[in-house]
Design a protein around this ligand. Structure first.
Ligand SMILES: [Zn+2]
Length: 249
């Protein structure tokens, strides 16, 4: 599904557009002008369907050179290892998340507890894979597009958002940090932190961008900033923004 000049959604499950497998987060494909990047890898349970969608848009897995990871929950990185093998792409993640991925640390990624609570199929796990750290504030340029990592903890540890600048527009890929309406995603997991979430909202509110593309529950291509500002305002008044979902994310 093409959503803007260079941006496509090539994976998305129940909390998005139901393009692929039920569990997938929204997986974005960014056309950098010859080179392609993915934002997150999805749960990895329907990679053939993802391949079909990418082919439908005139691209192939082999064109993908980088996979930027927002965080290491199963719906975002279950497909990382397989996609790395299929594409040869370099996986880039927050230094903590890169370590979780290299170790296949199901506990750090809260995948073990999510499987135990029935949020993923029995036997689901995130396979260990090679992953490279990208630091807070670091920019990676690919063709005409630049990707800047922004440390945004709160939903979980090791969470990056990415400010993506194209010749046409500035996009904030916020992962599971801030959603439309300024909503957030708190979960009963070891590394969720409300205090850090508030700091993240203020940090993102200070950025200049046009479009907000979270990993679930819709996008805003023109007034993305308004949603982040709403969350920051609620936190500034010592409140807590509403939940983007009742459970998974
Ligand atoms: Zn998550």
């Amino acid at each position: 599904m093409q959503i803007d000049k260079r941006i496509y959604v090539v994976g998305s499950g129940w909390a998005g557009y139901n393009l692929t497998e039920h569990y997938d987060c929204d997986v974005y494909l960014i056309d950098c002008g010859g080179k392609l990047a993915l934002m997150d890898a999805g749960a990895g349970l329907s990679l053939e369907k993802m391949r079909e969608i990418i082919r439908f848009h005139g691209f192939s897995f082999q064109d993908i050179e980088a996979i930027f990871i927002t965080h290491t929950h199963g719906d975002h990185v279950g497909g990382a290892r397989a996609l790395q093998e299929l594409t040869g792409a370099r996986i880039l993640a927050h230094p903590d998340s890169a370590e979780y991925l290299r170790r296949g640390a199901q506990d750090k990624m809260s995948v073990d507890i999510a499987v135990a609570r029935g949020m993923y199929p029995a036997g689901f796990q995130v396979e260990a894979c090679e992953a490279f750290p990208i630091e807070d504030g670091e920019t990676v340029s690919m063709g005409e597009v630049s990707f800047t990592a922004i440390d945004t903890p709160g939903h979980c540890s090791g969470h990056h958002s990415y400010l993506v600048e194209t010749p046409e527009k500035r996009y904030l890929f916020s992962g599971d940090s801030i959603f439309l309406g300024g909503r957030i995603s708190l979960q009963n997991i070891w590394d969720c932190s409300l205090a850090e979430y508030g700091e993240t909202a203020h940090r993102l509110d200070a950025l200049d961008f046009d479009a907000l593309l979270p990993s679930h529950f819709g996008i805003d291509l023109l007034e993305g900033k308004s949603h982040v500002h709403r969350a920051a305002e609620i936190f500034a008044q010592l409140g807590v923004p509403g939940q983007a979902s009742e459970s998974r994310g």
